[in-house]
Write a protein that binds this ligand. Structure first.
Ligand code: NAX
Ligand code: ADP
Ligand code: K
Length: 498
């Protein structure tokens, strides 16, 4: 598991440790780790050319001390400073080691330094940054972005918000980010995560000072440990029965995809209930389904003991009958996943009663909105607001509805009113195609029915779904149906890694 802590927490931990150590020790540790990573990225050390972009705070100080270490190894190091101040001791150390320091002027000389570099180090701003980059920082970063050399960001790419991943203006795009002490949430969540490249963590000794993380990012081994393994005594009922209330005459495919997602993730039985033509189609594709033609108002298959979890909403419709069905599903005492049309039914003025039903439930509920659906559920933000501050809005929704929320999109975020948020490390923008969300709802539903706790089920389902997309065609476009072929590959890989 990888852990991330917010800026306030990092500063407090650093403060506690610094009080016990001689001045400058933490920065030396950070700079040594940074220099080591830079050396790994250089084709050869002696005679290599490194340009440092240096802002006025300690982030620039880290870059300058690392530059001094590189200069002592024979690297030609040039620092271009932006801003009114520069870390004096760091600049003196670099000069003493043979490096050069001068102010960025947007001139031909800067161009020639940047374009001649083997490596560019971004020490403009770190956790002290606020908002998008200002001038002259933004100008320097933009000029550097045109140069061919790889970029190493110090602590985080300058211009991304450390706590949220928001990019509110110009921000550096790094190939590698060397972060200190602990990860920052903005390195895990898009759009920030997309700017960070490969992230390397340098231990500066603050670990024992840190409290529990605010954001977690699981590794394959964590997923392997959470997936259910049927024991020798298993039977289909003990493995779990999932009820799927998806699809309608208008959207028949949603039912087929959700049922497929569940079957391919692994569950004892899927009970499907829906209109006759949809039942026919589900059975034609998945004859193992126990399917029944069902008036949406009927809920006989939800009687106590018959199912272990319910998925409701994908392609189901938003008619009054569908609202009645959602109401009946929420009345059950098993875990319920609400997706798509179910979320629309919960939104706005008319959805208030259903939203209250979610709040009143004692069994776990998981909402799986994309950014637009989450914006409608919250009612006071736009889709774009959600997309730039995913963690914050997913957490707000979890608190507001008193349940787990899986926010889909460029970074899938899982929030719960109690405990840290979790981000899913797998997936590809190729997943942005119609129907892939239906597969996800089935996959997560299967895990809920298997008895996996709600946050873990959401995480494992999202992980396998994202990995399925990465594996199935080796980077070529994937359709929602393709994902069903990818799920067994993802499961096999996770089990092998675990
Ligand atoms: N606090 C500590 O104990 C340690 C801090 N370290 C480094 O210190 C960094 C934090 O240093 P600081 O607190 O000095 O802050 P930073 O160096 O991250 O940034 C603060 C400076 O950037 C300017 N600035 C803020 N937002 C800007 C924007 N959008 N555009 C342009 N300029 C902007 C501010 O005016 C200020 O001068 C960490 O990210 C890390 O790199 C490391 O040396 C490890 C130890
Ligand atoms: N840019 C992206 N990068 C990675 N995954 C994405 C991106 N956009 C969407 N996805 C994923 O694709 C799936 C789309 O689900 P959803 O929006 O519900 O589509 P649908 O309703 O058509 O099934 C989700 O798993 C989501 O996380
Ligand atoms: K930086």
């Amino acid at each position: 598991m990888l852990y991330a802590h917010t800026v306030d927490v990092v500063r407090e931990a650093e403060g506690a440790l610094m009080a016990r150590l001689p001045e400058g020790v933490l920065m030396r540790r950070a700079a040594t780790g940074l220099a080591t990573e830079c050396i790994r990225l250089l084709p050869a050390v002696y005679g290599a050319r490194v340009v440092l972009m240096v802002g006025s705070g300690d982030n620039g100080g880290d870059a300058l001390y690392a530059g001094a270490a590189l200069a002592r190894r024979g690297v030609a190091v040039r620092a271009l400073t932006a801003g009114s101040r520069v870390h004096q001791e760091g600049a003196a150390a670099l000069r003493a080691a043979g490096g050069r320091v001068r102010a960025f002027a947007g001139s031909d000389a800067d161009d020639s330094d940047l374009f001649g570099a083997d490596l560019i180090v971004d020490g403009l701003v770190g956790i002290g940054g606020r908002g998008g980059l200002r001038e002259p920082h933004a100008g320097l970063a933009a000029q550097a972005a045109n140069a061919p050399a790889p970029v190493v960001a110090v602590d985080l790419p300058s211009g991304i918000d450390a706590d949220t991943g928001e990019v509110a203006g110009y921000a550096v795009r790094a190939d590698v980010t060397v972060t200190f002490g602990t990860h920052k949430p903005g390195l895990f969540v898009d759009p920030g995560a997309d700017r960070a490249g490969a992230v390397r963590l340098v231990d500066i000794g603050i670990g024992p000072e840190l409290p529990g993380a605010s954001v977690l990012r699981p590794q394959p081994v964590d997923i392997a440990g959470l997936l259910p393994t049927p024991g020798a005594e298993a039977d289909k009922y003990r493995r779990g029965v999932l009820a799927v209330r998806a699809g309608s005459d208008r959207f028949r495919g949603a039912a087929v995809l959700a049922v497929g997602g569940a079957l391919r993730t692994g569950v004892g039985m899927v009970r499907y209930g829906g209109p006759e033509r949809v039942v026919d189609q589900v059975l034609a594709r998945w004859p193992e389904t126990v399917a029944a033609v069902l008036d949406p108002r009927q809920s006989t298959d939800l009687e106590p003991g018959r199912v272990a979890a319910v998925v409701v909403g994908p392609g189901r419709g938003t008619d009054p009958g569908d609202a009645d069905e959602l109401d009946a599903v929420l009345d059950s005492d098993v875990p319920v996943l609400v997706d798509a049309d179910g979320l629309t039914l919960m939104s706005g003025e008319t959805g208030r009663d259903l939203a209250d039903r979610v709040r009143e439930r004692s069994a776990p509920t998981l909402l799986t909105p994309h950014a637009g659906e989450l914006a409608r559920l919250l009612g006071d933000v736009t889709r774009e607001d959600v997309e730039v501050r995913r963690l914050e809005h997913a957490r707000r929704a979890a608190r507001s509805f008193g349940c787990a929320v899986l926010l889909k999109g460029s970074t899938t975020v899982i929030a719960h009113p109690d405990g840290p948020s979790v981000v899913n490390p797998t997936g590809t923008p190729l997943l942005a195609s119609a129907g892939t969300g239906d597969v996800l709802s089935g996959a997560v539903g299967a895990l809920l029915a298997s008895g996996v706790p709600v946050v873990e089920a959401a995480l494992c389902g999202a992980y396998l779904h994202g990995r399925a997309a990465e594996l199935v065609h080796g980077g070529a476009p994937v359709s929602a149906s393709d994902l069903l072929h990818g799920l067994p590959l993802a499961l096999a890989e996770v089990r092998a890694d675990g």
